[in-house]
Design a protein around this ligand. Structure first.
Ligand code: OOG
Ligand code: MG
Length: 264
């Protein structure tokens, strides 16, 4: 047990680390991995993440949902990290479908194709594969733009959790009926009309619905509400690809359709 004085120090340090990460994102200036000079566990990493989001909320950004990370082997292997993570999304991160992404606002952004769920009933329990569909209004093809605030996109599991799981931006395609079977759908990521990554929705925990179940479990564990209208990104189906200027990015998900943006 920490005595109240130690708790206070800890809170101050937490806030300082959260502000450091928030500023790095805001100014698009990378920082050294926090774990190189601080020792903190996964629970503390989530507390830093929460505190960094509070900086965003204080600037008027609104919570819009959650994202799951490292739900596919391709991503785990690419980043050398081996556990599921989750982060929080805000309205400012959302770019309209076919919109333009200004690369200058990011450090070293990468893009990855995903699937996104829209919540129709508040989630206050850990969902199962059986009851999860009752909570979902629609499903859309999605693109996530991740941008680690750490130099060289290098981090430990605790570092990336504290950094809100590299969340930077997202684009959603048109919402589709949730009855569509989303297992085993082909997912392609194309850049300037050429396929850059190709995978299957099966790569997402062998069933993207399972990612939603994990999101509900983790939200319960960390006391994060998932109100009606929230979105939940299931995690990338392929490795992520670095973005360059003046590119046309598109994800095509079999049955669900496509989603796109361009860079400048
Ligand atoms: C962390 C974010 C992982 C996913 O879909 O697996 C993620 C990172 O790779 O920087 O968003
Ligand atoms: Mg992702």
């Amino acid at each position: 047990m920490l005595n109240p004085f130690e708790t206070k120090i800890k809170k101050m340090e937490l806030k300082k680390l959260a502000q450091t990460l928030d500023l790095a994102a805001k100014n698009a200036k990378p920082i050294e991995q926090l774990s190189l000079s601080n020792s903190f566990d996964e629970t503390t990493a989530y507390a830093i993440q929460k505190a960094s989001l509070e900086e965003r909320y204080a600037r008027g950004e609104k919570f819009i949902g959650l994202k799951m990370g490292f739900t596919s082997k391709a991503k785990m292997e690419q980043m050398g990290v081996h556990d599921l993570i989750w982060g929080r999304l805000t309205d400012k991160m959302r770019l309209e479908n076919n919109g333009k992404l200004e690369l200058q606002k990011f450090i070293h952004p990468r893009v990855e194709p995903e699937i996104c769920f829209l919540v129709k009933k508040e989630i206050q329990e850990e969902l199962t594969l059986e009851n999860a569909p009752e909570f979902i209004e629609a499903i859309a093809p999605a693109l996530e733009i991740i941008d680690s605030r750490y130099q060289n996109f290098k981090f430990s599991l605790e570092d990336v959790i504290a950094d809100n799981c590299s969340s930077a931006a997202l684009v959603l395609g048109e919402w589709q009926k949730p009855e569509i079977d989303i297992k085993n759908l082909k997912i392609d990521l194309s850049i300037d009309g050429k396929i850059a990554q190709s995978g299957s929705s099966n790569a997402i925990l062998e069933n993207p619905w399972l990612s939603l179940c994990h999101a509900s479990r983790l939200a319960q564990k960390y006391n994060q509400a998932i109100p009606v209208g929230s979105i939940i990104m299931a995690g990338a189906a392929t490795s992520a690809v670095f973005l360059g200027k003046n590119q046309q990015i598109k994800a095509i998900v079999e049955e669900l359709g496509s989603v796109a943006f361009s860079t400048f």
